[in-house]
Design a protein around this ligand. Structure first.
Ligand SMILES: [Zn+2]
Length: 293
């Protein structure tokens, strides 16, 4: 396991630019499709399956469909055919946001992976900043422990890492126990003991991110300012002068939210690069075929 992860080293990438997905695929289901439904002999099924390249949608969807499934169990069973663990293979996928800060480490990584042949698959997909932002939010939501209040500080850090990837946030945040807005600052942030002060605009953007990560239909979102409905959040942001200074003059709250997301997510196109780790898949396919033949 340690040797496996070492090969895919993302430590040269700025935080927040790589999203990881993992899914399980049931090989019993796949063999079943190829041998019973398509009538292939095990040998031909084996060579077809080895070449099988799932789509990005299948690999990264938060709701898996057959033959894919997600499970946090140590010994999961296939939800479709009840096959045990030895029939399952894990497929890990990493999405890298294209851009100036990731170009160099991405090229270096891909050069390395090229030598590994079929064990890694690299795919490119056109996307945009808004979509990438929502993917990032999704990942953030999954990693947050909402029952502990630490998540308010952790989500602040995650947003600052995304916004200013060059700053050493890890060191800065070791001391941080509280995050506050500061009207003395016109932009940026300042650390004072264990308190992190943010300029009003930046602080409001953090509130927006926290709202989006934690919002639920009935109760609004949870933020450093407590639980806020969309209306309360917008009122706050308006009071801070953010809407004025960003030229947002509409009064419809959903349009305002839309414009705020544009400000925080950025606009324009973006390339996403996917790296699919096929090693476990290929190993398991081989083992499963051996038990068939
Ligand atoms: Zn199955």
């Amino acid at each position: 396991m340690a040797a496996q992860t070492r090969e895919l080293d993302f430590s040269d990438f700025p935080p927040g630019t790589v999203t990881e997905y993992t899914t399980l695929v049931c090989l019993a289901c796949i063999f079943d499709i190829f041998t019973k439904q398509l009538g292939l002999a095990p040998r031909s099924a084996y060579s077809e399956i080895k070449r099988y390249a799932p789509s990005i949608q299948e690999l990264t969807s938060r709701t898996a469909v057959r033959p894919f499934f997600d499970s946090g169990d140590r010994h999961p069973r296939c939800p479709y055919c009840d096959a045990a663990k030895r029939w399952h293979a894990r497929l890990d996928t990493c999405a890298i946001e294209g851009g100036k800060t990731t170009d160099a480490p991405r090229r270096a990584l891909f050069k390395l992976l090229q030598k590994k042949g079929e064990r890694f698959q690299v795919l490119e997909l056109k996307s945009n900043r808004r979509e990438a932002f929502f993917d990032w939010l999704d990942t953030l939501r999954i990693s947050m422990e909402f029952s502990s209040s630490d998540w308010l500080i952790e989500s602040t850090r995650a947003y600052l890492e995304r916004r200013e990837p060059k700053t050493e946030w890890e060191t800065t945040f070791t001391a941080v126990r509280a995050v506050r807005p500061s009207s003395r600052l016109s932009e940026g942030w300042e650390l004072d003991g264990n308190r992190l002060f943010l300029a009003p605009d930046l602080y409001n953007e953090v509130l927006l991110v926290q709202y989006l990560v934690s919002r639920s239909q009935e109760h609004g979102g949870r933020t450093l300012e407590g639980r806020l409905t969309l209306m309360e959040l917008i009122r706050r942001i308006r009071r801070g002068g953010y809407l004025n200074s960003h030229g947002i003059s509409t009064t419809d709250q959903f349009e305002i939210l839309d414009r705020l997301v544009d400000e925080v997510a950025g606009s324009g196109n973006l390339k996403l690069y996917y790296v699919v780790d096929r090693r476990e898949f290929l190993e398991k396919v081989k083992a499963v075929y051996a038990s068939y033949a």
